[in-house]
Design a protein around this ligand. Structure first.
Ligand code: FMN
Length: 222
């Protein structure tokens, strides 16, 4: 089983990565093959809302976003990690999210599991992590939980030992969810309602966005 961690912080040795690495270590201890991607090391252009992905299944940009999405596609579980930047995720992670619009319309990450971690200087870390998980759910995944911590300096967390232990436990639970194919009934219901909205959107856009229409048809969802 594969678990992919995606770090949205520009600090690849900062606070957030401590939590992400601990989640991945927990998953690895439970038998996962883990991989980490630092978005800060990649080329990621902004979505320009041209609609080309909906129409032909390809982006106008030829950069690293497609590689990241391929790796997500190969993973059983994804862990998103971001510091709180003005009560949201970093621009790096948000840019990746915006580049996943087709993946949302096509609900491509159904059957996957996710979790999120966030850190903050003083507040908002829970909301940021919940926001990251909400993104995974609109792509079709189920989310297992979040873990958060506040900064105590550069590369240091408040109550670090306890924070890392919670993060490791989340990684183990993520793996348990994958292994038992855990079902979260409230998320399944919310995902089904959201997918129905996507279906109506795909039908409405069919003439100008044949790629996503064909995908839904091929999946037998229309
Ligand atoms: C641009 C920017 C915006 C930030 N916004 C907030 C904020 O709104 N609330 C907060 O508590 N901390 C904020 N912080 C602090 C970071 O969330 C915090 O230091 C975090 O642990 C940094 O993680 P990192 O080392 O992984 O980058 C901000 C930091 C930066 C650089």
């Amino acid at each position: 089983m594969k678990v992919l961690g995606i770090l949205g912080s520009p600090h690849t040795n900062g606070n957030t990565v401590l939590l992400l690495d601990a989640v991945l270590a927990g998953a690895a201890a439970a038998g996962a093959e883990t991989e980490k991607i630092n978005l800060a090391d990649l080329q990621l252009a902004f979505c320009v809302a041209c609609g080309r992905c909906y129409a032909v299944g390809e982006c106008v940009h030829d950069d690293d976003a497609e590689m990241v999405k391929e790796k997500i596609g190969e993973a059983d579980a994804i862990v998103l990690a971001s510091p709180n930047y003005i009560n949201s995720v970093t621009a790096q992670l948000k840019t990746l999210m915006d580049r996943c619009s087709l993946q949302i319309h096509c609900q491509v990450w159904r059957g996957k599991y996710g979790a999120a971690v966030a850190t903050a200087g003083g507040s908002g870390e829970e909301e940021v992590a919940e926001y990251a998980n909400a993104f995974l759910r609109v792509c079709g995944a189920q989310t297992v939980g979040v873990t958060t911590a506040r900064a105590a300096g550069v590369g240091a967390l408040q109550d670090q030992e306890a924070a890392l232990a919670r993060a490791e436990a989340l990684g183990k639970d993520l793996m348990a969810a994958v292994a038992e194919q855990r079902v979260y009934p409230e998320q399944v219901a919310a995902n089904a309602a959201f997918a129905e909205r996507m279906k109506q959107l795909v039908l409405h856009m069919a003439e100008h966005a044949p790629f996503q229409y064909d995908y839904w048809e091929k999946m037998g969802w229309l």
